[in-house]
Design a protein around this ligand. Structure first.
Ligand code: BGC
Length: 372
């Protein structure tokens, strides 16, 4: 009898350990699975898991961050970037959801720019302007992805953009490295070289909602942006050239405030570039987003001079998030670290021209935590 008892308790404890370990069995590192096809090429989905068991998934199609799952203050897990579990929705071109954007993130006025003695013509895919790299930008291509070490949550994406692609000059070699740290920082490291001068403005276009669902508006999120000025725009969202002080305007996020507090005074909602206060190209904290319901906080660090803050003004419910909730107006927001819009046509803005022999290098890190 005693022997039977010991035997049963031994089996029970083995079962307990193995059940428990399946729950916490997140293996640190990278796994890869076939996802589907796009552009007649196989697309893979990469899962990056850190020591905390938090998980980011990234697709080779568009270099897209499809999800970033981390527990809220009550331990409930959900993705703080909005997106889809199947590639089908991505192939219907939701507006740049989670994607890498290039060659030129944001708008170029009248879809053209002059460089040297030549005028370059781009696709006018946003009214009279060119937006986010044109008809088939870096969000719609299949990147070549490698995994340097499968036990480290980091992947390297490469793409060679041919001379003349989407109207831009020069063969451009782009490398983007995504790394998830154990303290929930998602670092995006961009490098590029070219064989002819070309404008370049790379960014990532993730749509955040810290509650994990577009059921909840982002107007209740609190935001701080370390920017004393922004670039006002014309009716087609091209900067007028002015750097306008935010003080006394709805654009003042220098002290954290609810996004919804002044949004009604901004026709259409926020879709503006903020001129970051940082004075050099070192990696610095430029924004903090937080949500008291989930208890989550997202800090943004970047080497870039600007941040496009976009409150999902054109979301109209056409796309449905993975949790079944439609992505409606103001249900997700973007904080796109970048150079200022239309810089190739605005000589007073910091230059975005990459020349042969130079190395483009920028880093942005989104750091997720629970509010302390
Ligand atoms: C732009 C918005 C645009 C959105 C999706 C943002 O970067 O600023 O105007 O609607 O991207 O394309």
């Amino acid at each position: 009898m005693t022997r039977l008892f010991y035997c049963l308790s031994f089996i029970a404890s083995i079962l307990f350990i193995s059940c428990n370990s399946t729950e916490t069995a997140a293996t640190t590192g990278v796994t890869k699975k076939d996802w589907d096809e796009a552009d007649n090429q196989q697309v893979y989905l990469y899962t990056l898991t850190n020591k905390e068991g938090d998980v980011v998934t990234i697709s080779s199609y568009g270099g897209t961050i499809t999800s970033w799952v981390m527990p809220d203050k009550n331990g409930n897990k959900s993705s703080i970037v909005m997106g889809f579990d199947s590639i089908t929705q991505y192939l219907e071109h939701p507006p740049y959801f989670g994607a890498l954007v290039g060659r030129y993130g944001n708008r170029i006025a009248k879809a053209q720019f002059k460089l040297g003695d030549s005028v370059y013509h781009l696709a006018a895919n946003n009214g009279p302007n060119s937006l986010h790299g044109g008809l088939k930008g870096f969000d719609k291509i299949v990147w070549d992805v490698s995994v340097p070490d499968s036990t480290t949550p980091s992947i390297t994406l490469k793409y060679v953009s041919k001379d003349g692609e989407e109207g831009y000059p020069g063969n451009l070699n782009v490398t983007v490295v995504y790394t998830l740290s154990d303290d929930d920082g998602l670092k995006i490291d961009y490098t590029a070289t070219t064989d002819k001068p070309t404008p370049l403005n790379l960014t990532n276009h993730s749509y955040f909602n810290l509650t994990g669902s577009p059921k909840n508006s982002i107007l209740d999120h609190t935001l701080m942006i370390d920017a004393d000025a922004y670039t006002p725009v014309d009716s087609t969202l091209i900067p007028t050239g002015e750097l306008k002080a935010v003080k006394g305007t709805p654009f003042d996020f220098t002290t954290a405030k609810k996004i919804g507090r002044d949004i009604d005074s901004v026709p259409g909602g926020y879709d503006h570039n903020f001129v970051l206060n940082k004075k050099d190209t070192s990696l610095q904290k430029v924004a903090t987003l937080s949500d008291s319901v989930s208890g989550r906080q997202l800090d943004v660090y970047t080497t870039q001079p600007g941040l496009q803050f976009y409150t999902g003004n054109f979301l109209d419910g056409k796309f449905v998030n993975r949790d079944g909730s439609p992505l409606n107006l103001h249900t997700a927001l973007c904080m796109e670290t970048q150079h200022f819009p239309d810089s190739p046509n605005q000589p007073a803005f910091p230059s975005t021209i990459l020349k042969p022999g130079e190395v483009y290098h920028n880093v942005t890190e989104y750091k997720l935590s629970l509010i302390k």
